[in-house]
Design a protein around this ligand. Sequence first.
Ligand code: NAD
Length: 316
Amino acid sequence: METILVTGGAGFIGSHVCDKLLAKDKRVLCVDNLTMYYPPETKIKNIQHNLEHPNFKFLTLDIRKKDEIEQIFQNEKVDKIIHVAGRAGVRPSLEKPVWYKETNIDATVNLLELAREYKVKSFVFASSSSVYGNSTKVPFTEDDPCNKPISPYAATKKAAEILCYTYSKVYNIPIVCLRFFSVYGPRGRPDMAPLKFTKLIDAEKPIEMYGDGSSSRDWTYVEDIVDGILAASESGLKFEIVNLGNSYPIKLKSLIKTIEKYVGKKAKIKQYPAQAGDVEHTYANIGKAKELLGYQPKVLLDEGIKTLVDWYKKTK
Ligand SMILES: NC(=O)c1ccc[n+]([C@@H]2O[C@H](COP(=O)([O-])OP(=O)(O)OC[C@H]3O[C@@H](n4cnc5c(N)ncnc54)[C@H](O)[C@@H]3O)[C@@H](O)[C@H]2O)c1
């Protein structure tokens, strides 16, 4: 049975990755230090249903501490790494850039070092569409120049991609960097629009809309992202950077309307100027993901938001 180390496994995307791996009869070592970015209790809830699973082991460890993570490799044969842990969030990275550098760059190097020392078979890194910055050439394609990130968060993801390249080339480690485009779904991050707006609209509280609502995001349903992650982990690719998006950008105004439809209430919108660090549009070219990973997003926004709202109503 293959053993996969999933970093950030108690987070939004990571917890869904763990579920899918267990369903595929893999052994999962879920590492997460339950950062305070949002309540740790939420993250425990994300993995609660797996805690008794015989193939699941949860380790509350900080990937910035290489020695502690190394102990896992000394005790277990780790076949693959899916490195999803990260400090997410564009706007907060402007406030605390050093935290982002430590987790997204330094800790990624720790994991790459362990991948090298313990000869793991594959390494998947969670990168982000934010590396494209305010590129006006759409859709965003992997070989577009993206040396102009407009937030420390984006800069750390780009730096980590470059380090992944170096480790792959120098040490022959198969690595795939996946650029996720705005991911949403059940267990969604509470700081991101879909869940944040769902909660506020349901509670009849105002929502903050930055800009005039014409900015757009290529919202991608979490199950589709997870399919792409697992395909990358199993691909045997030597080194690739691959977009995982939906290739169907949605205006902020339309996102709000869709949430209103399923919550069954009208949003009270408070409009503010667009914020520093936020890009105007994201739009993924997913041709490479289709070709190399057989990736095909299946869930359209309407269905995905309905599932998110149903989940929220059931669990709130
Ligand atoms: N959600 C999105 O739309 C999106 C888009 C692009 C990229 N990403 C990237 O995907 C990854 C997962 O995002 P998410 O939305 O699931 O976020 P999340 O915050 O829900 O998950 C990240 C997890 O990493 C853990 N973590 C953070 N620092 C850690 C450390 N030092 N040691 C151990 N664990 C640590 C956190 O506790 C958290 O559970 C992140 O790297 C993020 O940058 C997410």
